[in-house]
Design a binder for this molecule. Structure first.
Ligand code: SAH
Length: 275
């Protein structure tokens, strides 16, 4: 029986048989129905990278999500497997070739839905829509996604048009490649998948989820270098703790992020999710 949850039998996760040659397989189980990311990159050895550590790494090993890299070099042209060429019209640097990236895209598409809501296809790019928590939420609700990591000056524009690829940016700065951006996007998305974080509440109350930045956090010791934890937090009065945290969230958002604060203020009271 197929469900949209990872199949289980005898307490072990069921592994889907694959026809792919061994060397193309990642060493993680490919669990049917689990959220999956396909990453087109010149540097597959950079994955899972930081995603292999801590909670995302544990979830990867447990098969709560899957990662597949598609090495761009394998689609290179000619004796030297060329993947890039000089920019048409001149100028500095190199551009990833449309015929090379296209070959990888065709393979990545195999077995994935065409509906961009069910399976977003994204090129990490400084020209893209700025990545945010709402996008991470949306991506985590898809079946999976395909990420194209650029290098050099980027990719031939025609590939983006041909495959209707959306551009997403990590911020207003330029990285040397899309791999770090891809790992940041995947981390933000994967931690929203069911069972990845130990405590599901932590994604409900954290920064951005209610349009505000998070309040300050403290833990023992009660006094450190003469600095005390605010009394209200040790009062045991939950109502007062909640009110204090809300006030702090508002103050920090107002001071640091006038853009978020304006949006928060503009939302009518009944639209403020956690007020
Ligand atoms: N010439 C491009 C920059 C290329 S940087 C430009 O001026 O827009 C090389 C690659 O790094 C890009 O193809 C992209 O995949 C990645 N990259 C660089 N900055 C990024 C950012 N802010 N967000 C996401 N990806 C980025």
């Amino acid at each position: 029986m197929m469900t949209d949850k990872p199949a289980k039998s005898h307490g072990r996760l069921a592994v889907r048989p694959s026809l792919k040659p061994r060397e193309l397989m990642t060493n993680t189980p490919d669990i049917f129905g689990a959220w999956k990311v396909k990453i087109i990159t010149l540097f597959p050895e950079l994955f899972p990278g930081v995603l292999g550590g801590s909670l995302t790494g544990k979830a990867l090993k447990e098969g709560l999500w899957n990662l597949e890299t598609i090495e761009l070099r394998g689609y290179g042209i000619g004796k030297h497997h060329d993947v890039d060429d000089t920019p048409a019209g001149g100028g500095a640097g190199m551009v990833l070739k449309a015929d090379v990236v296209g070959g990888a895209m065709d393979d990545a598409r195999r077995g994935t839905p065409m509906d961009p809501n069910a399976w977003p296809v994204i090129y990490l790019s400084p020209r893209g829509k700025p990545f945010d928590q709402a996008m991470a939420q949306k991506f985590s609700q898809a079946q999976g996604m395909t990420l194209l990591c650029g290098r050099f000056e980027g990719v031939d524009e025609r590939v983006l048009e041909e495959y209707n690829i959306q551009e997403v940016s990590l911020g207003d700065f330029v990285l040397t490649g899309g791999e770090i951006a891809a790992q940041a996007l995947i981390d933000a998305t994967v931690r929203l998948l069911p069972n990845v974080l130990g405590n599901a509440d932590s994604t409900v109350e954290e920064s951005f989820s209610n349009g505000l930045l998070e309040h300050p956090q403290y833990t023992r010791p009660a006094t450190w270098k003469g600095r005390k934890i605010p009394d209200v937090l040790t009062s045991g009065h939950h109502g007062k703790v909640d009110a204090w945290r809300k006030e702090q969230s508002k103050r920090i958002t107002r001071e640091r992020r006038p853009d978020l604060w304006a949006d928060y203020e503009a939302a009518s009271d009944d639209k403020k999710p956690c007020d």
